[in-house]
Structures are given as C-alpha cells and as structure tokens.
Design a protein around this ligand. Structure first.
Ligand SMILES: [Zn+2]
Length: 90
C-alpha cells in the first residue's frame, strides 16, 4: 500500500494511503483534505496528483519564501550529484 504522506504528533500518526486514493465516495476524511481522494481512479492516477501537488507547493513556496525555495533547489541538486555514479555524468 502506497503512503503519499504521513503526519504524526504525540497523539499518533495518520497516513494518506490507498484507502483514500481508491475511494469512490464524495467525502474525504483523510489528512490530505481531498487532494488525493480517488486519485487512483482518475487519468494520470496518484503519480500525476503527486506531481501537481509538488509543483503547486514549490510555486507557493517560491512566492512566499524565496530563500527556502532556493535552499530546497540546492538540496535537490546536491542529492542528484550524490546519486551520479563515480566520475559524474559525461
Ligand atoms: Zn488522502
């Protein structure tokens, strides 16, 4: 079962999972607030919903907190460089 994201605090942990992604009813009781509700049944599925959510998050972060936005981009670049095989891309 794919978990899109998890939120936890001292009261426990909640997850957005296939129970939400495969849902057919109109009401979402998940912590995602409906963003991924029934997404597996739509064209593009959960993967496309995740892509859209990520793009919207980065766009709002760029507008509201450019410093954090650029810090995330630098971290992603570093992660990509670490993922390259020895000697880097040629
Ligand atoms: Zn959900």
């Amino acid at each position: 079962m794919t978990t899109v994201f998890t939120l936890g605090n001292s009261d426990g942990e909640r997850r957005c999972t296939a129970a939400c992604h495969d849902a057919t009813g109109p009401v979402c009781a998940c912590l995602c607030g409906g963003r991924f509700h029934g997404a597996a049944r739509k064209p593009g599925g959960v993967e496309e919903a995740l892509q859209e959510a990520g793009e919207q998050f980065l766009a709002s972060l760029k507008a509201e907190d450019p410093e954090s936005y650029h810090a995330i981009l630098r971290a992603v670049d570093r992660q990509r460089q670490l993922a390259l095989p020895m000697g880097g891309a040629r």
